[in-house]
Structure formats: C-alpha cells, structure tokens
Write a protein that binds this ligand. Structure first.
Ligand code: NAD
Ligand code: WQD
Length: 338
C-alpha cells in the first residue's frame, strides 16, 4: 500500500516525501516539473536513503493518472499539484481556474474509477478571506476570498465536500496551511522560487546573502502592535509531519475533515526580520513602503483541532525557521540550479 504524492517535487511536497519515507511509508510521486526540478527528487533520496517510483506527468492528463493507479497499489493520495502565485492568478484568472480545477477533477475521477478512498488536499488559510477575528478556527466562515488563487482553493474544497457527501470518496482531509517557511535541516531541500520572490521569508533570505539591498516592508499602518502585517509562519517540516498524521488519520476514519495547520502564534513583518537577524547574526536592511494591494492586518490560526484529532502539533519556533531557511539559501544560492 503506497501513498501517491502529486506535486511531490515542489516545496511542501518534497519535505512531505522525506517525512513519509522516514515514517516507513512507500510513496509514488507525480509531478510535471512546471514549478520544480528533478534535483529535488534526487535530494529526497539522498536524505532518506530510500527510493520511490516517479511519474513525470501532468495531473490533468487522465490517461497518465490512470496509469499510476493501474500500476501501483495506492491507499491514499496527497494532492499538492497546482498553481499557487497570488499575483499571477490575478493576471491570468482563467489559467488558474482551469489548471487547478481540472487537475483536481482528473485526479478525483481516476481515484473514483480505481476505488481509492482517501484524499488529503492542500488548502490554505486564504479560504478565510479577511477573517472577522483571530485566532481563526475551522468553523469560521470561508470566503469571500481576495484573489482567484484563493477562489480556486475554496472551489476545490466545495467540490471535494460534495463528492465525499455523495459517496464518491470515503475520506477527505482538507489541510488549511498558514504561512509555510524554512527548509529541511540538511540544507538539501527548500523553497526555490522563480525570479524575485513574492513571499516575505524567501525575500529576507535573499537580502541576507546580498541578492537584494533591502526588504520592502509593505505598510506599517496596519491594526497590529507594530503596524506591520501579522502572520502565522510554520516550519515546512512541521507542515510535512502534519501530512503524515493526516494519512494515518485518513486510513482510520471517514468523512470530510478540515484542519488548520499553523503554530497559533502571529509574528509581524518586523518580528520576522529581527528574528532572522538574531538567529543568523546577519543584518537585514529594510525600508517601509506602501501597502501591497489585497494584504490584510492579521491572520493566525487556532490549531487545537489538529492537535486533538491528528495528534500533531508544530514543534519549531520562528528562530529555527530562520536558521533552516538561511542554511538552505546559503548552501544553494541558485536554488536547485538550472
Ligand atoms: P510548489 O509550486 O513548490 O509545488 C507544487 C508542485 O506541483 C510543483 O512541483 C509543480 O511542478 C507541480 N505541479 C503543478 N501543477 C501540476 C500539474 N498539473 N501536474 C503535475 N504537477 C504539477 O508549491 P508548494 O508551495 O509546495 O505548494 C503545494 C500546495 O500547497 C499547492 O497546492 C499550494 O496551493 C498549497 N499551498 C501552498 C502554500 C505556500 O505558501 N507555499 C500555502 C497554502 C497552500
Ligand atoms: C507575509 C507578510 C506582507 C513580502 C501568501 C498567500 C497565501 C499563502 C501564503 C498559498 C504580509 C509582508 C511580504 C515582502 C512584506 N499561499 N511582506 N514584504 O500574503 O500572508 O500569504 O502566501 O496559499 O495564500 O497570499 O504571505 O509571505 O507574501 O506576506 O512586507 O517583500 O509579509 O505584506 O504582511 P501572505 P507573504
């Protein structure tokens, strides 16, 4: 019995493959390398000293996905594959709706045809839109979302809810990630953004190694203690371990379940910059700039349901997230290379 990991060469997928293999699961990975490199898979093998089967394919290709289920005894699927850049989704909404929804349709049709009953889906805190209060619990209202990417996540959640209700799929676990950062402690795998990073931590790491002169802090007039945006940053290895816990839970339960995956602690942009400086001894110059359109004041999770039902909780704090991100950046200044 194997776990299929779609998008397993990506940032969160690669760390999850490591944790699954280290926990004794056999895995099959599918990825089209649209936002990742084969080197990531080599590094997973280097870290774990374990091998696995890989399919270079697009999850929207039904024939290719059918072949994976025909050729392997899959008990559960973790579905990471998708497009995730918020700004790009605003510029190319049709591309995002089409890509993200079609891959989930194709995967689910093939799972149904092959009687595969357990799905863990990568969702996001973005489905809560601008929450009325923090910390955010799973029973808070979802939507309206603030961009097409977030809308695709909410639509996929609703499609999976209806399929589960209709009996098309037995168990669906929706994990709503907050802000994943950091890297594996080996420094061998990490986040490898294309071009200039949009997200805070990869940008801070690139400033730390001199790729950019300073961090642009997007606004200091938010309704937060220091005026900069507050988020719930979670170490990607903790997030990966939440997937192992979710697979275990899926194999032992039924229905649709939603879990916030965060630490429950909010840090401001300035907190993150100062934590990075403290953790690494490097100076991070910054400048206060205008707000970034669409950003909100404060979002952090109440992760207590995941603690109770998945038996999982985040172990690493912000300092460790910064140390591991910095090691990855320093050891791999060009990411995985070309
Ligand atoms: P990523 O881009 O690093 O990984 C996604 C992987 O999927 C890549 O390897 C890419 O090549 C692959 N892929 C994309 N479309 C595909 C397709 N049609 N067929 C096959 N492979 C395909 O992104 P990530 O940060 O690891 O995110 C993984 C998932 O988690 C995504 O669904 C994302 O929306 C979700 N998520 C990410 C974050 C975050 O901040 N990183 C937060 C919340 C949710
Ligand atoms: C964090 C904070 C910025 C960059 C995004 C997606 C979300 C999810 C995670 C997938 C904010 C500030 C940022 C910079 C800054 N992804 N910032 N200077 O926006 O919370 O979430 O990634 O599901 O859907 O929207 O993350 O890292 O971009 O920003 O001041 O150069 O850092 O304003 O307050 P965000 P982020």
């Amino acid at each position: 019995m194997k776990v299929l990991v779609t998008g397993g060469a990506g940032f969160i997928g690669s760390h999850t493959c490591v944790e699954l293999l280290n926990s004794g699961y056999e895995i099959v990975v599918a990825d089209n390398y649209s936002n990742s490199k084969p080197e990531a898979l080599k590094r997973i093998k280097e870290i774990t000293h374990k091998d696995f089967r890989f399919y270079e394919c697009d999850i929207r290709d039904r024939t290719a996905v059918d072949a994976i289920f025909d050729e392997n005894d899959i008990c559960a699927v973790i579905h990471f594959a998708g497009l995730k850049a918020v700004g790009e989704s605003v510029a190319k909404p049709l591309w995002y709706y089409s890509h993200n929804l079609t891959s989930t349709f194709t995967l689910c049709e093939s799972m149904k045809a092959h009687g595969v009953d357990n799905l863990i889906f990568s969702s996001s805190a973005t489905v809560y839109g601008n929450p009325a209060s923090v910390p955010v619990r799973e029973d808070f209202p979802v939507g309206p979302t603030t961009n097409p990417y977030g809308e695709t996540k909410l639509m996929q959640e609703r499609i999976l809810r209806d399929m589960q209700k209709a009996g098309d799929i037995n168990t669906v676990i929706i994990l709503r990630y907050f802000n994943p950062i950091g890297a594996h402690e080996s420094g061998l795998i990490g986040e490898d953004p294309n071009g200039i990073p949009n997200n805070l931590l990869p940008f801070v790491s690139q400033v730390a190694v001199g790729k950019h002169p300073y961090v642009r802090v997007f606004g200091n007039d938010y309704n937060t203690p220091d005026g900069t945006g507050v988020r719930d940053y979670i170490h990607v290895v903790d997030l990966a371990k939440a997937h192992v816990a979710a697979v275990r839970r899926a194999l032992d339960s039924e229905g649709i379940q939603y879990y916030n995956i965060g630490t429950g602690v909010g840090y401001s942009v300035l907190d993150v910059i100062h934590a990075y400086e403290k953790a690494t001894g490097k100076t991070i110059p910054y400048r206060i700039c205008d707000r970034r359109p669409g950003d909100i004041d404060s979002v952090y999770s109440d992760p207590s349901l995941a603690v109770e039902k998945l038996g999982w909780r985040a172990e690493y704090g912000i300092e460790r997230m910064c140390i591991d991100a910095d090691r990855w950046q320093t050891m791999n200044p060009q990411g995985y290379g070309d």
